[in-house]
Design a protein around this ligand. Structure first.
Ligand SMILES: Cc1ncc(C[n+]2csc(CCOP(=O)(O)OP(=O)(O)O)c2C)c(N)n1
Length: 377
């Protein structure tokens, strides 16, 4: 056993930051590496996301969507990694990373079709809203059981290493999910195989209603990296430029054959966990106010305005255009039919087994009897 193979990669807990919450720049060298027009585009995309989330929640309240999960306050944690990585890289999102899909070019209408579960939903209405997939963008479909994406991501990272194509794989999960067995399995194997995986943990303070302190005894999730012999980094998750920096460095580390990185992004879930949750029952308004002041959009806007790249008129125009875009896409999505009934039974087996053939015939006979109301929403 060589001692070289057990040299511990660095684990740092001083958060990577490029821009302070008031918009002042603390890392001008890194800032200079990002074109200014890209920073404007990132801000526009994150502002648009906030509008989309707000509209989706209202749709759910009107009974027009079954369910929604917003990423309000955590926009930097999906738009940053999507910006930082390359088209050939693979993404394994949780359910709070719409920016990964939209920034990487998933058709907007397909994303909205998934919320409604119509015939053009990429997952054909078989999953809950927010559990989309985007094959063309190298984004693997979202699973409801939390943590399953972690070992899957390691497999795909290891495959890239074996192929030698220089690709990395990134997975996203909340700090609550880091207590799942899949976290251990994934990080352990990634460390042993030196797989070019990036474990992006959004530490947003809560796993539904359970606060961080009740799930985890260590101050930083990133510290766990040491136990797996992998690199660990803490980043200010509300600073999109810092997130880009941390993910880029992790990708360079992986592409250079040095193995995985565990990134812990410190952020806060401003939104409720989902439309089935009400955070008033388990946290204070004061705590929310504290984090609203550190909002990822607020700091970026402060910097953009100071640089003369943004103003109130642009803010209004972007907000209104995003609102019109989501309303139009939702109207289109609602006008489309349900997925074909056959999709309930297809694509699982190459040849439909007899019990599924029988079940399908039974269902079709039941619908033909006129006693079922399948077509109405
Ligand atoms: C294996 C499994 N256990 C429990 C759940 C129910 N559940 C859904 S989301 C969630 C909280 C996850 O919290 P966290 O990982 O911190 O992510 P966040 O929602 O904060 O982004 C739980 C417990 C689930 N979906 N899967």
């Amino acid at each position: 056993m060589s001692s070289e193979s057990h040299t511990a990669p660095p684990v740092t807990t001083d958060p990577v930051q490029v821009m302070a919450p008031d918009g002042t720049v603390v890392d001008p060298d890194f800032l200079a590496t990002i074109p200014r027009e890209d920073i404007v585009a990132l801000y526009e995309a994150m502002l648009a996301q906030r509008v989309y989330d707000d509209r989706m929640i209202k749709m759910q309240r009107q009974g027009r969507l079954g369910f929604y999960l917003a990423c309000t306050g955590e926009e930097a944690c999906s738009y940053g990694p999507a910006y930082a990585l390359e088209p050939k890289d693979w993404f394994y999102p949780a359910y709070r990373e719409p920016g990964v899909a939209l920034w990487r070019g998933m058709p907007f209408q397909a994303w909205v079709d998934n919320m409604v579960g119509n015939c053009d939903d990429p997952v054909k209405g078989r999953q809950m809203p927010v559990h989309w997939t985007a094959r063309e963008q190298n984004i693997v479909s979202i699973s409801s059981p939390v943590g399953t994406q972690i070992p899957q991501c390691v497999g795909s990272a290891y495959a890239a290493k074996l192929r030698g194509d220089g690709g990395v794989s990134i997975c996203f999960f909340g700090e609550g999910t880091s207590s799942e067995g899949d976290f251990h399995v994934g990080l352990n194997f990634a460390g042993v195989w030196k797989a070019p995986a990036i474990f992006f943990c959004r530490n947003n303070g809560y796993a539904i209603s359970t606060p961080y302190e009740k799930t985890t005894a260590t101050e930083h999730i990133a510290l766990r990296a040491h136990g797996y012999g992998i690199r660990g980094v803490v980043v200010d998750g509300n600073d999109v430029l810092a997130v880009i920096k941390a993910v880029r460095e992790a990708a360079e580390w992986g592409r250079a054959g040095r193995g995985p990185t565990l990134i812990e992004a410190k952020t806060y879930r401003i939104a409720a966990h989902s439309t089935s949750d009400d955070p008033k029952g388990y946290r204070t308004r004061e705590e929310e106010e504290l984090w609203l002041a550190r909002c990822p959009l607020k700091r970026l806007r402060a910097w953009l305005e100071a640089e003369g790249l943004w103003d109130e008129a642009k803010e209004q125009a972007c907000t209104e255009a995003s609102s019109a875009r989501i309303i139009a896409a939702l109207t289109t999505a609602e006008s489309k039919p349900h997925p074909e009934l056959d999709t309930l039974f297809s694509e699982v087996f190459a040849d439909k087994p007899p019990h599924l053939v029988a079940q399908q015939a039974e269902l079709e006979a039941h619908l033909a009897s006129g006693t079922a109301d399948y077509k109405s929403r």
